[in-house]
Design a protein. Sequence first.
Length: 111
Amino acid sequence: MVRIEHIGLIVDDLAKYVKIFTKLGGEVVYRGIAKKYQADCTFIKFDNIEIELVKGIDEDKYNLNKKGTKLHHIAFEGKGKYKGAKPNMLVDFNKPNKNNRILIEKVSYDN
């Protein structure tokens, strides 16, 4: 069975949402920049899943912050191709279309 690796949320204020999720019992396990996607990413771990908070740092390129705070993607264990936000993280995204508007990320780690 394939495991959900994390859920990605676009946020308009990283500090605000880090505070909210840590008050709920989450622990910040990593913060870094996903250079390919021009995003500042913070991963918060809960018992059974991680939440990735994403804030665009180059809004003109990917428009990550255009519509405010919202669900961005669901990440599953799978075969990644491109460098992700965490060390050794490889990611690959589907290309949403009119039949599938949910952004799905595949994540693997190159150890």
